[in-house]
Every structure is written in C-alpha cells, then in structure tokens.
Design a protein around this ligand. Structure first.
Ligand code: BTN
Length: 305
C-alpha cells in the first residue's frame, strides 16, 4: 500500500520528492486523511457533481473519491476501508497502472475506461462472496440496458460480453478479521471510450467497448451514476436474502448455460463439459463427457468452438 500512496501523491503532484521520501518512514495509516483529501478533487473525465446530482440512492455512492491515476482502485479501496471510510463509498480513477484481474491476472486500464471500486460492509460469511460477484454482473447488465445496450450477457462467473467480446470484468475481494468478513471490495472495470488498439495485442480481438457497441462515446459519469443506482437496488435484494431473484436474473443473462466449455480450475487438469446451470451458491454446474456432474466453484470456462 505504501507504493500506492507514494504513486498517488507523485501523480497528483501534491508533494515534493523530498517530502515523499520522508513519507516512506511514516506509518501508512497516517496517510489516510491525505488520500481522502486528494480524492475530493475532480479530473478531466470524472465529475463528482455529474454523478451525484441525479443519483437516486440512499447508501451507495454517497462518498466518492476521485483520482487521476492509481495502481489499482481495489488497493485504494482496501486502504480506505481500513481507515474509517463508510460502506457504500466509491473509488474512481481515470487510469490504473497496476490493476488486478481475476486469477492473479493483470487488467489493462487506459484513459476512457470506467475503473471503480465499491467498499461494502455486508453482514455475510465467506459462502456468500460468489453471490456478490454474480449479483454485480447482473448490475452491469442492467446498467448497460439503461444506456441502450440490450444484448449483453454474463460469462461465468462474472465477465460481461457483448456480441461475443468482453466489455467488463469484476473482481471481488474480501477483507477478513479473525477469519470473519469485515469488508468487501467490489472492483468493476468497464471498457467505455477507448480504442481497443490501446490494449496489448492479445486482448484486442476479444475486447469491445461501449463506444464501439453504441456507435458513439458514452458519458462515463452517467454510466457510473446508473451503475450505482442499480447496485443499490441489487443490494436491497441481497440484504433481503432473495438470492433466487439474483440467480434467476443471472440465468436469464447467461452466456455460458447450454454451451460446451473447457473448465479450467486452479491446480487441476482442465476438462471439457456441458454447462447445465448455476447452483444456489453460485457454482457452475456442468456435465462432464463421461456423464458425471461437477460443481465448479472457482476458475474459468472457455467456450469451445
Ligand atoms: C477480470 O475480469 O479479470 C476482473 C477485472 C477487474 C478490473 C477492475 S478495474 C477496477 C478494479 N481495480 C482493479 O485493480 N481491478 C478492478
């Protein structure tokens, strides 16, 4: 986290290099107030008023921290979550220099994307974390519907695809204290308004953006506002324990169900299987070639041609 703090202060040009060197000697939690203060700014693309003016929520997005560049909004969110920032707060950055994807992968985050992390304080145990991720996928789909994209789908567990190309990824991380969930960070990356050739070559073919799909640039602040509203609605469903509602929506938007996929689980040999559906806990239920059924809890599935 210390590197992240120093990175933010350098990027925002708030302190001299000498001061920054002195910062290295100090307890990092002493910097929470400075980071919170820096986050009160606006940037060229991210405007607090544009998000807040019409925002129809009670909890989500009431505090918004905005940065020009961070290494990862999830890292900043974790730091702030441990330093008295309220549940429902949002961290936004125009760019990320070291963003995290699922399964330890790097996530490319150029200018023009929507890179955000939400700090949540749900009273849940570990078994409900996959459900938060699935629910967030549904939230993204509903957000896209409200801006006119009605053909987005979710590839298990949480990639959002349009016309077979990825437009959004979700990374949920839990902060635990004595093995109990203290806070949950939901990180969402939406490819909005950049050219796919700004990404590394291997990502270009499989990636799309909101701009490409709509044929015009989107207002990032508006998309963020709509996302926060949909997230709050989903939060109410979640808090009411209506997980069947979430699963029903997820199934409706699923890109994976009914397809033959290669299942890649950590530390095991991959195998081909037919996707039957999703379990109550959010695991993918597949039928292997030999007819046996499996529940896939973590990992990924690649569509077979
Ligand atoms: C994936 O599909 O691999 C998940 C990608 C998640 C990316 C988002 S962007 C905002 C937040 N900050 C991060 O470092 N990662 C998430």
């Amino acid at each position: 986290m210390q590197n992240e703090i120093i990175n933010i202060l350098k990027k925002e040009e708030k302190f001299s290099d000498t001061t920054i060197e002195e910062i290295r000697e100090v307890e990092i939690n002493d910097f929470a107030d400075i980071i919170k203060e820096v986050g009160q700014q606006e940037t060229d693309h991210l405007k607090r008023d544009k998000i807040l003016n019409d925002l129809d929520t009670n909890k989500i997005g009431k505090e918004i921290y905005i940065f020009n560049e961070v290494m990862s909004t999830n890292t900043v969110a974790k730091f702030l979550a441990e330093n008295d920032v309220e549940s429902g707060s949002v961290i936004l950055s125009e760019k990320q220099s070291n963003a995290k994807g699922r399964l330890g992968k790097h996530w490319e985050s150029p200018l023009g994307g929507i890179w955000l992390s939400l700090i949540l304080n749900p009273k849940v145990d570990h078994s409900k974390i996959p459900m938060i991720t699935l629910a967030t996928g549904v939230v993204v789909i509903k957000t896209l519907e409200r801006i006119g994209i009605t053909n987005a789908e979710i590839k298990w567990p949480n990639d959002v695809f349009i016309n077979g190309k990825k437009v959004c990824g979700i990374l949920t991380e839990a902060i635990t204290k004595f093995n109990v969930i203290d806070k949950v960070i939901v990180g969402v990356g939406i490819d909005a308004n950049f050219e796919v050739n700004e990404l590394s070559e291997e990502l270009q073919e499989g990636t799309t953006t909101l701009d490409i799909e709509l044929g015009h640039r989107v207002d990032e602040n508006e998309v963020i506002r709509i996302f926060l509203e949909e997230f709050e609605k989903m939060g109410q469903i979640f808090e009411a324990g209506e997980f069947e509602v979430i699963l029903k929506d997820w199934r409706k938007y699923s890109y994976s169900i009914g397809k033959i996929v290669e299942v890649i689980e950590p530390f095991s040999k991959s195998y081909d299987a037919y996707v039957l559906g999703i379990s109550r806990e959010g695991a993918l239920v597949v039928e292997k070639i030999d007819g046996t059924l499996e529940k896939v809890i973590s990992g990924e599935c690649r569509l077979k041609n």
